[in-house]
Structure formats: structure tokens, C-alpha cells
Design a protein. Structure first.
Lengths: 114, 110
């Protein structure tokens, strides 16, 4: 049973560029949440996708957008990259039929913006 | 919005002793409180969680307690071992998102 997977593992981009990160949820899960974790801090909620729709969004600008596909996998897109976007981006999957369900995390994508 | 505060930021204990990490939350609607362990360079791993209809939950050496009136919850690790060294995060949720504490770096001294 595959857990949550993310790609790529590491990524280096230049300010102003755009980036796409990918996530495949754990088998049996239909909900994907994205988090940004800066060095030495706790994860910050970006948004959650369920039934191919953004169900809830955290305090992130519109430069951060996402998508969920019919197979429940998801993408996180960040436009006009800033140095401050450098972080570990974590994807978490859960079963979305109710509130506050256990979230299981992928290994993350380390994004460095230069 | 919800805010979660976590203390201490660093905790150093002797191997075999107990460790306690405390969190407080602000939103009385929060009803789910997970704890995650994150080792350096790795993903957060869910180690235990508790819901608001339960006051205490145990899993071997790990226990979590919840005081809804005071809006605080705690993680207790007994008989600490070297492999317990990591950063521990508490979180709270009343909806779809998890609001996280800032983390506690637990150091186990030999």
C-alpha cells in the first residue's frame, strides 16, 4: 500500500519563475491538503482539495493555486516566485467525508528560490 | 482565527525519564488534536491524536490529555529513548485545516 508521494524531491528556481509541485494521496484517501513549512517552523496551511474543488484556503496570496484530478492526485502551483517562498512544501492526504480527519504526510518538496 | 501555542520550544531530558509538552488553543470549536513527530529532513508523522469527547488517550509510552475547559492539551512520553529525539508538533482543528504549534525540539541525553 503506497503512502503519500510527492514530486520532485528538490527544486531550485529563480525569482519571478513559476513552479508546479505534485502529490499522490494514500490509497483510499480522497482529500489533499497542502502546507508550507519554513525552516524551524510548523507547517502553515495553504489549501485543501476535495472532489476537485478547493474546499478551504489559508492565508496565502493568489499566487498560490492548485488543482485536484479525478484520481485524487493534486498539484500546487506558485507563480511569480519570491525569495520568501523558499520552504518545504508538504502534501497531506485524508478521507474527506467529514471534518478533522487524520492527515498523513508525504516526504515533501524542498523548494529553493534564488 | 485559531491560534495554537506550544511550550517549551526545547526540552532536554535524561534517557529513561519522562517528557511533557504542552499546548493551548484559542478556538473553543476545535475538536481534534493530533500530535506529530518530525525527524530532521523527514515528513511529520502522526503519533497520537485525541478528540474533544475524550479526556485522555494512551498508546504504549505515549499519552495525550485534553482539558477542554482550560483549552489545553499535553503530550506525555514515558521511559524516553534515544529514538524519541525529534521535533514534536501539536495541532488543533475544528474544520478542515490543521493549525500547528511552533514545535518542541526534544533532546534525549544518554
Amino acid at each position: 500500500d503506497a503512502g503519500v508521494t510527492q514530486s520532485p524531491t528538490h527544486l531550485i528556481k529563480t525569482r519571478g519563475q513559476q513552479v508546479t509541485l505534485r502529490c499522490s494521496p494514500k490509497s483510499g484517501h480522497d482529500t489533499v491538503s497542502w502546507y508550507q513549512q519554513a525552516l524551524g517552523q510548523g507547517p502553515q496551511f495553504i489549501f485543501q482539495y476535495y472532489e476537485e474543488e478547493e474546499r478551504q484556503r489559508g492565508n496565502f496570496p493568489d499566487r498560490f493555486s492548485g488543482h485536484q484530478f479525478p484520481n485524487y492526485s493534486s498539484e500546487l502551483n506558485v507563480n511569480a516566485l519570491l525569495l520568501g517562498d523558499s520552504a518545504l512544501y508538504l502534501c497531506a492526504s485524508s478521507s474527506g467525508t467529514g471534518l478533522s480527519y487524520e492527515q498523513y504526510f508525504g516526504p515533501g518538496t524542498r523548494l529553493t528560490v534564488t | 482565527g485559531e491560534n495554537v501555542e506550544q511550550h517549551p520550544s526545547t526540552l532536554s531530558v535524561q534517557e529513561g525519564d519522562s517528557a511533557v509538552i504542552k499546548c493551548t488553543y484559542s478556538d473553543s470549536a476545535s475538536n481534534y488534536f493530533p500530535w506529530y513527530k518530525q525527524e530532521l529532513g523527514k515528513r511529520p508523522q502522526l503519533i497520537i491524536d485525541i478528540r474533544s469527547n475524550v479526556g485522555e488517550k494512551k498508546d504504549q509510552r505515549i499519552a495525550v490529555t485534553l482539558n477542554k475547559t482550560a483549552k489545553h492539551f499535553s503530550l506525555h512520553i514515558t521511559e524516553t529513548q534515544p529514538e524519541d529525539s525529534a521535533v514534536y508538533f501539536c495541532a488543533a482543528s475544528g474544520g478542515y485545516q490543521l493549525i500547528w504549534g511552533a514545535g518542541t525540539k526534544l533532546i534525549i541525553k544518554p
